[in-house]
Design a protein around this ligand. Structure first.
Ligand code: HEM
Ligand code: NAG
Ligand code: NAG
Length: 318
């Protein structure tokens, strides 16, 4: 401890948490087993299915972009609110909720009533990235959980951008969340892992012109043109290394081999081309920018102190 003056101690104890607090600190006394407990369950889930790492990372994003990182996206329907799970970006798409339940139960066993679901999402996202070969970072902790879900906000087109969003729509969505152009491109690199459904790629592989022809053709083989046919067939977001967290996603963009319209928008003659090329050729630039940006995303509108609650079960209020 650098200082033990009363003023310093008072600041240390009462400052709202996320600001400058690191993972070693917040649950240091209340839940020393937290990080190893979470890591164990995430590792087991990814061993069983590599894609789960992608699904878990996406849950943290879909939490933070809907009224802040408060685990509102984990709540099931209740008599007083409608779950975000049925909103357009999540329906038939968001997954990994059972793994979050397993993590929460394991954490409740070692330190009951102490760790928020929002913090579990942030740690789980980091662990998923690390396990799939990406960078390690220190997760800020001290978030608390929302008292409601925000279906209407989650379903609005500018909250979580859609697969056919334009670059300007992407930029304005990120700006609305306090995130910069650089944050957009860096965070979008999360698409180095995971998959998309045919329903989200159809327009791009059949109608768009800014796509490599043989890449489009090979994907058409797995995704029929007619709406309703094979809608849930899956294609990797980064066809080069779909379960490895690396910079190859940006190489696919430069090669016009993005699977989503919105992905190719990052490299389509606009203001973000330069940064895409930088990340494609310099893995360390991507990894360090991604780390800085995901920490920033994890700060969006967090609840701290006595706000919200620490849910016992991430699916419902206490
Ligand atoms: C910026 C605009 C973004 C758009 C338009 C977008 C859109 C999408 C779409 C359409 C899918 C496929 C969903 C499906 O077909 O079921 C997807 C998957 C995914 N997204 Fe994004 N995304 C964006 C940003 C992000 C960010 C910031 C992250 C994380 C930091 C992220 C992480 C993922 C991951 C990991 C998957 C794969 C999930 C899985 O395989 O289960 N995305 N995204
Ligand atoms: C949610 O959004 C979709 C389109 O993005 C729309 O078709 C649907 O009606 C909306 N649902 C509700 C209940 O508002
Ligand atoms: C994006 O797709 C939705 C349906 O999924 C459609 O309503 C909307 O018009 C499309 N937007 C653009 C810019 O193509």
């Amino acid at each position: 401890m650098a200082s033990s003056s009363p003023i310093f101690l008072a600041l240390f104890v009462f400052l709202p948490l996320l600001i400058g607090s690191s993972e070693a600190n917040f649950y240091y006394e209340s839940c020393p087993q937290l990080l190893s407990t979470v890591r164990g369950v995430v590792q087991a889930a990814i061993n069983k299915e590599a894609r789960m790492g992608a699904s878990l990372l996406r849950l943290h994003f879909h939490d933070c972009f809907v009224n802040g990182c408060d685990a509102s996206n984990l709540l099931d329907d209740s008599s007083s609110f409608k779950s975000e799970k049925g909103a357009a970006p999540n329906r038939n798409s968001a997954r990994g909720f059972e793994v979050i339940d397993q993590i929460k139960s394991a954490v409740e066993k070692v330190c009951p009533g102490v760790v928020s679901c929002a913090d579990i999402l942030a740690i789980t996202a980091r662990d998923s990235v690390v396990i799939l070969g990406g960078p390690e970072w220190e997760v800020k902790l001290g978030r608390r959980d929302s008292l409601t879900a925000y279906f209407a906000l989650a379903n609005a087109t500018n909250t979580i951008p859609a697969a056919n969003a334009s670059l300007s729509a992407l930029l304005s969505s990120f700006q609305n969340h306090g995130l910069s152009t650089r944050d957009l491109v860096a965070l979008y690199g999360a698409h180095t892992i995971g998959v998309a459904r045919c329903t989200n790629i159809r327009q791009h592989i059949y109608q768009d012109k800014n796509i490599d022809t043989s890449f489009a053709r090979s994907n058409q083989g797995k995704c029929p043109q007619k709406n309703g046919n094979g809608d849930n067939n899956l294609a990797p977001l980064d066809a080069q290394t779909p379960t490895r967290f690396d910079n190859s996603y940006f190489k696919t963009l430069v090669n016009k081999q993005a699977i989503l319209h919105s992905d190719q928008e990052l490299y389509n003659g606009g203001t973000t081309d330069m940064l895409v090329r930088t990340y494609a050729s310099n893995p360390n630039a991507f990894l360090s920018d991604f780390t800085a940006s995901i920490i920033k995303m994890g700060d969006i509108k967090v609840l701290t102190g006595s706000q919200g609650q620490i849910r016992k079960n991430c699916r419902r209020l206490n």
